[in-house]
Design a protein around this ligand. Structure first.
Ligand code: ADP
Length: 255
């Protein structure tokens, strides 16, 4: 799809509420994320950031509201949405080779029963190569460093050839080179007209690397450009008493 066609798409959330055991984790969120944009979701622990990402990918049911991906309900376009969960939620002892993790990005297309074709293997191998992980293809995923594991998960997402990329705290526990590789991937993905949504805590990086910021604390506190949104007053409203102004000033100064 050309960026122009994709421009009609992106992700649209309208009055989205998600609850666990009747307690809302995300309340009444309405946000439009056009294709070709990169959005950082910022907020304190428990703000509902992961829940919002899971709602977009269709992993948690909505209490109310609706989410459209390129104008269609996500269940109709699941393959177009790639999701990388927080590293901490993944069982890294699961015995699987790096090349097979990347190939999992193709499963939605090849099905669980039909064997992947040569083209699928080539796409998965190219994704590993793009993330600099070719030489680890025959290793167990559990035997890699945090940064390497994150690269493999990104390769899996790339292999899916989705046009919405959702990453939940991809920078936690990764080395500086991987952090840079992730930012490069995000920027080239966005420049291809795809939609990039990332949960990220680092305000200095958010300011530098993302075109839009969503401040979330169960509800939307603010949504707009980093210049508009990374305002000490709005940050304070987002974090309540949990982040001191010194932290904010410090993070913003680190550029
Ligand atoms: P964040 O990603 O911003 O830290 P989460 O989306 O993980 O926030 O969580 C939002 C709220 O929902 C928190 O209060 C959390 O305890 C609760 N929550 C998250 N997942 C579940 C779950 N599977 N069951 C019950 N409560 C949950």
């Amino acid at each position: 799809m050309s960026p122009e066609e994709a421009g009609a798409g992106g992700v649209s959330l309208r009055n989205v509420t998600v609850s666990y055991e009747r307690k809302p984790a995300v309340r009444n969120v309405s946000v439009d994320i056009p294709a070709g944009e990169s959005v950082a979701i910022v907020g304190p622990n428990g703000a509902g950031k992961s829940t919002l990402i899971k709602a977009i990918v269709g992993l948690v049911p909505l209490d109310a509201g609706r989410i459209l991906v390129h104008g269609r309900p996500v269940k109709e376009v699941r393959l177009r949405v790639a999701y990388v969960p927080q590293r901490g939620t993944v069982d890294w002892d699961f015995p699987v080779l790096v090349r097979d993790v990347a190939l999992m990005g193709r499963y939605g297309r090849v099905g669980w029963i039909r064997r992947p074709k040569r083209a699928d293997r080539e796409i998965a191998a190219a994704a590993l190569d793009r993330m600099g992980m070719t030489k680890y293809a025959d290793r167990q995923i559990g035997a890699l460093s945090g940064g390497q594991q994150q690269r493999v998960f990104l390769a899996r997402a790339l292999a899916q050839e989705a046009d919405v990329l959702l990453l939940d705290e991809p920078f936690v526990g990764v080395d500086a080179a991987t952090e840079e590789a992730i930012f490069e991937l995000l920027e080239s993905t966005r420049a291809e007209g795809k939609t990039v949504v990332v949960v990220n805590h680092d305000l200095a990086e958010v300011r530098k690397q993302f075109r839009r910021v969503l401040l979330l604390n169960n509800r939307v506190v603010a949504y707009g450009s980093p210049e508009e949104v990374l305002d000490p007053d709005l940050i304070r409203r987002t974090y309540g008493g949990r982040l001191t102004m010194l932290d904010v000033v410090d993070q913003m100064a680190r550029r």
